[in-house]
Design a protein around this ligand. Structure first.
Ligand SMILES: C[S@@+](CC[C@H](N)C(=O)[O-])C[C@H]1O[C@@H](n2cnc3c(N)ncnc32)[C@H](O)[C@@H]1O
Length: 202
């Protein structure tokens, strides 16, 4: 049996150009010992989803140092906007230094639950929930802000070395909750760190 990736020329990242500032963000993340950066596979997925919504409104919960932020910005057109929220000012400052000049981006140092509570229902084309808020807390609030046809995206669903005690039990509960939500169509992907993409139905 030949290696199918050779026959079809299919490789996950072979044709994916990385955002120009990604190496700088990764270097700064290493210097700050930021231990939770998104990986390129997830970034490439977020970028293509962002590109599907010209003029879209996007939300990232958990900026970190801005790694997924730069992938999202790379996919967005000039009219789209992105809000990214984090409680950690030190980490988010990296995103601000490297990406803050981009007028499409708003960076907020704020608790994600508090932020979600202040948003209008069905007001974002994509929510990337990469913090406890929006996933394990205030899930309903995060889902509520997704527009019809919009995306709700999470990762880190496959076992991770840095999971704290008790976290592993919460993951299947979250996936089951999403799967039982009749307002969304779900695509769990055993890919990258374990991704779930959900789209709000009409
Ligand atoms: C997995 S990291 C985010 C990684 C980032 N999105 C990336 O692409 O590299 C999770 C982030 O959530 C932030 N966080 C933790 N609690 C939070 C809260 N209550 N509200 C908002 N952000 C929070 C952490 O400070 C951390 O930067």
């Amino acid at each position: 049996m030949p290696d199918l990736s050779e026959v079809t020329n299919m490789e996950d990242l072979k044709y994916v150009d990385f955002p120009v500032v990604l190496p700088l963000l990764e270097e700064k993340s290493r210097q700050l010992q930021f231990g939770m950066p998104s990986e390129p596979l997830l970034g490439a997925l977020l970028r293509v989803l962002a590109a599907s919504r010209p003029g879209g409104r996007f939300l990232e919960l958990g900026t970190g140092t801005g790694i997924a932020t730069t992938w999202l910005l790379d996919g967005m057109d000039v009219h789209a906007t992105l809000m990214s929220v984090d409680v950690d000012e030190t980490m988010q400052r990296v995103a601000c230094e490297v990406l803050g000049h981009d007028q499409r981006l708003t960076l907020l140092v704020q608790d994600g639950v508090r932020f979600l509570k202040g948003q209008q229902a069905r007001s974002f084309d994509l929510v990337f929930a990469d913090a406890i808020p929006g996933k394990y807390e205030a899930l309903e609030d995060a889902l509520a802000v997704v527009k019809v046809g919009g995306f709700y995206v999470i990762d880190d669903m496959l076992p991770q070395a840095n999971w704290p005690t008790g976290h592993a039990e919460k993951v299947p509960v979250l996936i089951e909750r999403l799967a039982s939500c009749s307002e969304f169509i779900l695509l769990p992907l055993v890919w990258a760190s374990g991704v779930v993409v959900a789209v709000r139905k009409q």
